[in-house]
Design a protein around this ligand. Structure first.
Ligand code: RB5
Length: 155
């Protein structure tokens, strides 16, 4: 699978480790920045947006986002229609976020989880498949909310 990665300065180190890990699992990884852990003036919404938009354009299928907590960067990505980004700190939620919620982004807190736990979390996420059926109806209900409150720019 082609996976997009994004992080702020807090997540650069963990991002590189997870990219290597997922490449070993046979995935293709695309890095949308930030690239510099010392650039503390960067802003996490920029990278959440980049990865979300890349998924929306079909450039990558799914994404991994990392900031200090995983929260801010996931909030930014979740503003993009069609994005379901979930912050997970253990593998059980990561697996269920795909099986039940059809999540297309996993978000991690580099200041919350250690590197080895983060590997288990992304492995659970990328090895899981959406189960559809009753879950599809519920995910559609989420999409309906999104569509109700979306402002569609005129072309
Ligand atoms: C940056 O210090 C920090 O606020 C950010 O990485 C993230 O945790 C925000 O949600």
């Amino acid at each position: 699978m082609k996976i997009g990665f994004g992080c702020d300065h807090a997540g650069v180190e963990l991002k590189l480790a997870l990219m290597e890990f997922l490449k070993e699992m046979g995935h293709e990884c695309v890095d949308y920045g930030n690239y510099d852990p010392n650039d503390r003036a960067d802003d996490y919404p920029e990278f959440g947006r980049k990865v979300g938009e890349a998924i929306m354009r079909g450039e990558v299928e799914k994404g991994v986002l990392i900031c200090g907590t995983g929260v801010g960067i996931s909030l930014a990505a979740n503003k993009i229609p069609g994005i379901r980004a979930c912050v997970c700190s253990e593998p059980y939620s990561a697996r269920l976020s795909v099986q039940h919620n059809n999540a297309n982004i996993i978000s991690l807190g580099a200041r919350v989880v250690g590197r080895e736990l983060a590997k288990d979390i992304v492995a659970a996420f990328f090895n899981a498949e959406f189960e559809g059926e009753r879950h599809a109806r519920r995910v559609q209900m989420i999409t309906d909310i999104e569509e109700t409150y979306s402002i569609h720019p005129k072309d």
